[in-house]
Design a binder for this molecule. Structure first.
Ligand code: NAP
Length: 247
């Protein structure tokens, strides 16, 4: 049974692994046995220390996905089997005031970089003739509209769509492409929402589980999508939201 959930001998790259959900996923993958490369625009020292102190294998590399092609040379013959596209940003403003800068910044990191990084990963897998896993971090706003976050909503709808498109193209080539759609998770990304008492109360009232999620809640689902246990899962967007979308 344990082999179903083992990542022994696997090598993973997690983007935005210095904090929040990406950090928890990196730690979770390492606990399952993977060697983890933590990619961030800042060094992922804390994540690497957490993993290595527990006996796992990890290293940190600097990659800034504000350049959507930054992932291009990352994978060539480095032996990666797993890519987790977690890096993401959000910008908030009323739709009537929303700037082109806030549109482009979010679309570049959340969608364009995700696509071209995944393309670079898949090209390496196909060239080496080995199987692999891609896990994209989507959002409730892959399904819902949200408020005051137009580029974020557009990008995350795009992530769900690309997850399905890439699964269609690559499932038969041995590459599983799936996504996790986190609900409301306590990270830097949601600090502004939690600081607003009215929004915080409204959000909590709607979550069947009765609490905000934490990063480890997302890590379990992401690790599952990298293990042999999910071998026949392709193009899924797995909601991990305390039941939010069931309401
Ligand atoms: P977070 O703590 O802000 O983490 C975002 C990560 O992305 C950080 O490591 C951040 O680095 C990194 N990042 C941002 N821009 C980057 C760039 N240009 N190059 C490289 N790395 C970059 O927020 P989080 O909640 O953990 O977010 C992780 C993912 O989950 C995002 O895709 C987010 O959209 C998604 N998500 C979060 C929630 C939630 O409720 N928290 C819900 C749904 C989806 P820095 O630390 O340097 O900024």
């Amino acid at each position: 049974m344990s082999g179903l959930f083992s990542l022994n001998g696997r090598k993973a790259l997690v983007t935005g692994a210095n904090t929040g959900i990406g950090q928890a996923i990196a730690v979770g993958l390492a606990q399952a046995g993977a060697q983890v490369v933590c990619a961030g625009r800042r060094a992922c020292d804390e994540t690497v220390a957490t993993i290595t102190e527990a006996g796992g294998k990890a290293e940190s590399i600097l990659v800034d996905f504000a350049d959507p092609m930054a992932g291009k040379g990352l994978f060539d013959s480095q032996g990666f089997d797993i890519l987790v596209n977690n890096a993401g940003i959000i910008r908030r403003a009323d739709a009537v005031d929303f700037s082109e800068e806030d549109w482009d910044a979010v679309m570049d990191v959340n969608l364009k970089a995700l696509f071209f990084t995944t393309q670079a990963f898949a090209r390496d897998l196909l060239a080496r003739g080995v199987n692999g896993r891609v896990v994209n971090i989507a959002s409730l706003l892959s399904f819902q509209g949200g408020i005051r976050v137009p580029s974020y909503t557009a990008s995350k709808h795009g992530v769900a769509g690309l997850t399905k498109l890439l699964a269609n193209e690559w499932a038969a080539k041995g590459i599983n492409v799936n996504a996790v759609a986190p609900g409301y998770i306590e990270t830097n990304n949601t600090e502004a929402l939690r600081a607003d008492p009215d929004r915080n109360r409204a959000i909590l009232e709607r979550i069947p589980a009765g609490r905000w999620g934490n990063a480890e809640d997302i890590a379990g689902a992401a690790v599952y999508l990298c293990t042999p246990a999910s071998a026949y899962v392709h193009g899924a967007v797995l909601n991990v939201d305390g039941g939010w979308l069931a309401r």
